[in-house]
Design a protein around this ligand. Structure first.
Ligand code: ANZ
Length: 844
């Protein structure tokens, strides 16, 4: 009976679904383990083999934890609202609701074909009213706490998408998902006050076990700077402005000040003769993005206002300039410039011939800014002279505070989160606008505010949200007062639903509250979260923020939602390109030695390893892999490709390799069974520990696989099982007991074949909750160990000895070594020092 995954796999998948094998219920008698995948947005036409890499790893670990006796919560759902789903809808000309339904069905089927052990009774969909009702409810909580507000703000407007975007969604002036450029506009939008949580978002990262790189990205994005504010007076007008600096110690070195072009004082302080030059400069700066303005090697520009500022520390007058390298959106929108010790100021001073003064000793400030902020010593700075930079900072801050011209200040780069979009496919806000221009916030009883069904859902060029076209929906009556009202027409961004889905999973059917206290107490926090690194400062920052708001509102009992986090690497693929840059399907390429040709044209082709993507024709569909080799082979290969975090190219030959391993496992069990399991069982594979060597190897395998699973080193766990199966193949003396152990070890990785064999071994229910095999510590102990032998402190040989060898045995073995004999050249050693289990030292 050959191994046939086509017969085995659908059968067990049906079994698991019908028996609700992976259903999770609160059970205080068991320790819980909540293991979560970042849920996908069901756009496009289904999964490629890159998606399940993380899902496979979490599934292996979920299955392993169940066998260890944990009550495992492992759910899956759909991040169905938002731009990606809507863009797919626009592309295909199908209504987003229809396309979302279609795509979730495809995703669910594909995911189920891989035999993942999700509790499907907990499936959630962020675009369904019984889900987004609670997203709206949570928005009300944010509003109540003063964390949601409307404001006229400079926004990132993306003309191609017809909507504004959050700062986190924009990189290098483009939308991160599509590369479409964004522009600056000022618009009235909904904002969330994430900045109120900046410090806690930093501090609480100490509590979580996350990759350092992800923590660093969050630190960097939040961007905490310690420094001071100082007040400068304008000599000509008597106005005052504040500057923010991280180097208050250099106050004596300030030789000019800069106002950002948007600074409210610019026009007021500019003297008559400079007015047109300054105005012209301000207009041109408005066109540039912050990114352009602060680009490092861009030539500095600026214009003198004709006015002067008085340095509070020494009363000196210094010129006030306007320059676009100072941003209005950071600090106070104004700086004191210290060209001696700041690179940008140095460059600017050079360009406009402004004085450069040294106040920290150590460099040559005429040549370059000397930026040392630790070891340098203050000069030319009156009462700061002789102090090191850190001490000088403290001293000057005290001085500023005493004289009431400044104060200690912590500054963050993080900005409030722009939370509204001019798109259709999102959660409507639970907000009404009354005729007098005030807003009315709806209450829990009014929810959900249903998203109206409209056919013309495309965005508009002028930024008017598509929901404004839903005439019947738009106008309504405020229930409390009977006054006429219109609904808010912006929608929430896709991140809204994903900010809290992990909490809905713990209590998905609750229609009285988003989740119960009981469920939260039992299941939270998420023990392990696995997903792509691209969410480091988007989803992961947003959901941490919401979670902290929930914590403060008493809705959750933990400060952080995700205790540990791992990022899966990318699955890459070989793609073939000709000299004109055209891509070809691998099937259409013939490889001859070093070169590749297309089947027709014989165009010399280049193959390279790239990210899997439809446009590069290098996508591998999991359905095809399952059809040719089965889901178990696919799962094994996903794990065997390399460490979870690494990027690796997909190789069909690799799938064939793990398939051969499963064939071998199958043969190992059925080698005596020509006619099926029953006969095989009755013939009885010999029982008893009659092959001690294989026995030891099995126990070592249990040990290694267990340790590797704990460390999430799934690839090396599989390699160890392969070693065992190779050793066992060909020997017909495996006891049933040992066979069972091997099946249980394999079960988390290749659950279908494992269930099938388990069943054939005479068990009539699933192995999903069988206890994880234990190894015998005596059997895994190595009999021999390596001991180093030194002569006069130099390593000369290593010898293999019994673990329990005595001091005398060790001395004898060391002196018997040929290499040592040669070293001693026939002489007797003067002294032999033996450290049992470690080393033999010989003094000659
Ligand atoms: C004087 C000074 C002297 C500065 C020196 C640095 C070195 P981070 O680390 O990013 O917080 N700055 C302040 N506000 C600014 C704004 N709105 N736009 C552009 N630059 C601004 O950097 C803080 C430093 O960036 C501040 O400290 C200020 O320059 C500048 F030897 O003040 B510093």
């Amino acid at each position: 009976m050959p191994y046939n995954p086509d017969l085995i796999e659908p059968k067990w998948q049906r079994y698991w679904l019908e028996h609700k094998t992976f259903r999770a219920e609160i059970d205080p008698s068991k320790p819980k383990y909540y293991i979560l995948d970042m849920f996908p947005y069901p756009s496009g036409s289904g999964l490629h083999v890159g998606h399940p890499k993380g899902y496979t790893a979490t599934d292996v670990l979920a299955r392993y934890r169940r066998m260890l006796g944990f009550n495992v919560l492992h759910p899956m759902g759909w991040d169905a609202f938002g731009l990606p789903a809507e863009r797919a809808a626009v592309r295909e000309g199908i209504h987003p609701a229809v396309i979302t339904q279609r795509n979730t069905d495809i995703f669910r089927r594909q995911i189920q074909r891989l035999g993942f052990s999700y509790d499907w009774d907990r499936e959630v969909n962020t675009s369904s009213p019984d889900y987004y009702r609670w997203t709206q409810w949570l928005f009300l909580k944010l509003y109540e706490k003063g964390l949601a507000y409307q404001a006229e703000v400079p926004v990132n407007w993306c003309p191609a998408l017809g909507t504004v975007l959050a700062n986190e969604e924009v990189q290098d002036g483009c939308y991160v998902e599509t590369g479409d450029p964004v522009e600056r506009r000022t618009m009235r939008q909904w904002m969330l006050r994430i900045t109120a949580y900046a410090q806690r978002l930093i501090d609480d990262l100490d509590e979580v076990d996350w990759p350092q790189s992800v923590k660093d990205m969050q630190y960097h994005w939040i961007g905490r700077s310690e420094g001071a504010e100082a007040e400068f007076k304008v000599r000509e007008t008597g106005d005052a402005f504040i500057i923010f600096t991280t180097r208050p110690d250099t106050l004596f070195g300030a030789t000019y000040c800069v106002l950002s072009p948007e600074h409210p004082l610019v026009s007021k302080v500019t003297v008559a003769g400079r007015r047109s030059a300054v105005e012209e400069y301000v207009v041109s700066a408005r066109q540039k993005t912050d990114r352009d303005r602060t680009a490092e090697n861009r030539e500095k520009t600026g214009v003198f206002t004709g006015a002067h500022a008085i340095n509070p520390v020494n009363g000196k007058s210094i010129p006030i300039w306007v320059a676009d390298y100072v941003l209005m959106t950071y600090g106070a929108g104004a700086i004191m410039a210290v060209p001696g010790h700041d690179e940008r100021d140095h460059e600017f001073a050079r360009r406009f011939d402004l004085p450069i003064v040294e106040v920290v000793k150590g460099g040559d400030v005429e040549k370059a800014a000397y930026v040392d902020n630790e070891g340098g010593e203050l000069v030319g700075s009156d009462f700061l002279n002789g102090l090191k930079v850190p001490a000088a900072k403290e001293r000057i801050i005290r001085w500023l505070e005493d004289k009431k011209v400044g104060r200690r200040k912590v500054q963050f780069k993080l900005r409030d989160w722009l939370f509204s979009r001019q798109r259709y496919w999102g959660e409507p806000f639970p907000i009404l606008h009354l005729e007098d221009g005030t807003i009315k916030v709806l209450t829990a009883e009014d929810l959900p505010v249903l998203l109206p069904q409209i056919n013309e859902y495309r965005p508009t060029a002028d930024g008017k949200p598509p929901l404004a076209r839903a005439k019947d929906w738009l106008t309504t009556i405020d229930r409390a007062t009977g006054r006429k009202a219109t609904r808010e027409t912006n929608t929430m961004p896709q991140w809204a639903g994903s900010c809290w889905y992990y909490l809905r999973f713990i209590d998905p059917l609750n229609d009285r509250e988003p989740w119960s206290k009981e469920a939260e107490k039992y299941w939270m926090p998420v023990d392990l979260y696995v997903g792509g690194v691209e969410h480091a400062v988007l989803h992961l920052l947003y959901s941490r923020f919401w979670h902290k708001v929930f914590f403060d509102a008493g809705l959750v009992s933990t400060k952080e939602p995700f205790k540990s986090l791992r990022n899966q690497g990318m699955i890459l693929a070989y793609s073939f390109q000709d000299s004109r840059g055209r891509y070809f399907y691998p099937e259409d390429v013939v490889v001859e030695g070093e070169r590749a040709f297309t089947s027709e044209g014989h165009v010399p082709l280049e193959s390279r390893i790239e990210k899997m993507s439809k446009s590069k024709l290098n996508v591998v569909n999991p359905d095809d892999v399952i059809e040719s080799h089965g889901a178990d082979s696919m799962r094994l290969y996903e794990c065997f490709m390399g460490p979870l975090e690494g990027d690796r190219p997909w190789q069909t030959s690799g799938v064939e390799g793990v398939r051969r391993f499963l064939d071998r496992v199958w043969r190992l069990f059925f080698q005596s069974a020509q006619n099926g399991a029953e006969e095989w069982l009755s013939k009885g594979i010999v029982s008893g520990h009659d092959d001690p060597e294989l026995d030891r190897l099995l126990h070592k395998t249990i040990q290694k696989v267990t340790e590797d699973l704990e460390a999430m080193a799934l690839n090396t766990a599989i390699a160890q099982m392969m070693t065992f199966v190779n050793a066992a193949t060909g020997r017909d003396k495996l006891s049933k007991e040992n066979l069972e152990k091997l099946v249980l070890l394999l079960a988390p990785f290749a659950p279908h074949i494992a269930e099938e064999i388990w069943h054939a071994l005479g068990h009539d229910s699933t192995l999903a909750y069988e206890p994880w095999p234990r190894f015998d510590p005596i059997l895994v102990r190595d009999d021999t160990i390596e001991i180093a032998v030194q002569v006069n402190g130099k390593l000369r040989d290593t010898i293999a000895v019994a673990v329990d060898a005595s001091t005398e045995d060790l001395e004898r073995a060391a002196l018997a070594s040929d290499k040592i004999k040669k070293q001693l050249a026939g002489a007797l050693p003067r002294k032999v020092i033996v450290v049992p289990g470690k080393i033999v030292n010989i003094v000659s």
